[in-house]
Design a protein around this ligand. Structure first.
Ligand SMILES: Cc1cc2nc3c(=O)[nH]c(=O)nc-3n(C[C@H](O)[C@H](O)[C@H](O)COP(=O)(O)OP(=O)(O)OC[C@H]3O[C@@H](n4cnc5c(N)ncnc54)[C@H](O)[C@@H]3O)c2cc1C
Length: 297
């Protein structure tokens, strides 16, 4: 029996929790609130060898049409905190939305993470994905990351051990989940930070199809090149499969125009890899993650 003290829903449609609006039902959609909930969940998962996966704000994943057999651990309702510490440090929970973090820091006159502006996830997802833009990545501001181990225990990872690369981290182990982090920001006039945030949102609105469901950029930019240009040069701008299309506005975005499935998105991904390789000789690599469950060992 699933532990009743952990808030959860049965057969919850994942399409409700992903920015793509794609995904069938999660057998169990768990919304743990505390570390104790996470440890209880871990015991349950291990004892029953039940597959699980972790979901933040669902803005960089494509979820299976058939759903997830097992437990989706969603971090949205993990206890929320956002504390301002001396020397321009901020301690925030994984569940803190990037938009909330940015606005609160700007109001306090703390800058340095504006590259997260318009990135629609929460802090846990940003830390896992090393989210950011050409202007900077979250890793630049991280001082310490607090991980909870589903098998029991927790671990604080200091800056020198926070090994990152483009959209990847290299320090978390299986069964670990980002719980909180401390960031080092820098003092700046609130008005200046807010102006930068507004400018970044303006640019996104002009360049990206943010009015339609998507996961943002589907492919990583190969060194010195833009994935959107490689896709456009391969003749795929506006190409459609089912309900999914390479956006005309920004063709590294696959948008869901209504009723798109995971298979539609994956078909476009495979097509782009094939055509770009044939046209430019470049191998594209996905930034988007296909949500899948694994067993906690
Ligand atoms: C319109 C749009 C624009 C975007 N622009 C950008 C951009 O400019 N730059 C950029 O980097 N990204 C961008 N993205 C992608 C996405 O917003 C980021 O990758 C974001 O950081 C994902 O956070 P999330 O909370 O939504 O994570 P999710 O999508 O829920 O999860 C992403 C991955 O992280 C894991 N994960 C989530 N939370 C945790 C946790 N607490 N502990 C351990 N693992 C966890 C999940 O298992 C999954 O593997 C964009 C997306 C959209 C829809």
């Amino acid at each position: 029996m699933f532990p009743s003290e952990i808030p959860h829903r049965s057969q919850e449609p994942l399409a409700k929790h992903t920015s793509y609006r794609i995904g069938g039902p999660a057998e169990v959609f768990a919304l743990p609130r505390t570390k104790e909930h996470l440890w209880t969940l871990g015991t349950y998962l291990q004892k029953n060898q039940t597959p699980y996966c972790i979901l933040g704000n669902g803005s960089n994943v494509v979820a299976p049409d058939e759903g997830i057999q097992g437990v989706v651990i969603c971090t949205k309702e993990l206890e929320a905190f956002l504390e301002f510490l001396p020397s321009q440090k901020v301690h925030a929970s994984a569940s803190t939305l990037n938009s909330r973090l940015l606005n609160a820091c700007a109001s306090q006159g703390l800058g340095g993470i504006e590259a997260l502006s318009g990135v629609p996830g929460n802090l846990g997802g940003a830390i896992k994905m090393n989210a950011g833009t050409a202007e900077g990545w979250i890793e630049d501001a991280l001082l310490e990351v607090e991980l909870v181990q589903l098998k029991g225990g927790e671990r604080k990872v200091p800056k020198r051990e926070l090994v990152y690369s483009y959209r990847e981290q290299h320090y978390m182990q299986a069964g670990e989940l980002v719980y909180a982090a401390t960031l080092q920001l820098r003092p700046e006039e609130p008005a200046q930070i807010k102006a930068r945030l507004a400018e970044s949102i303006r640019k996104r609105k002009a360049a990206q199809p943010i009015e339609l469901p998507s996961c943002g950029s589907v492919f990583r930019n190969p060194k010195g090149q833009n994935a959107w240009k490689l896709i456009a040069d391969a003749g795929l701008r506006g190409h459609k499969v089912g309900g999914a299309r390479f956006s005309e506005k920004h063709c590294n975005f696959i948008v869901n125009e209504g009723g798109a499935t995971k298979s539609d998105v994956l078909a476009l991904i495979e097509l782009a890899k094939e055509k770009v390789k044939a046209h430019s000789g470049v191998d594209l690599h996905e930034e988007v993650i296909v949500l899948q469950a694994q067993v906690l060992r």
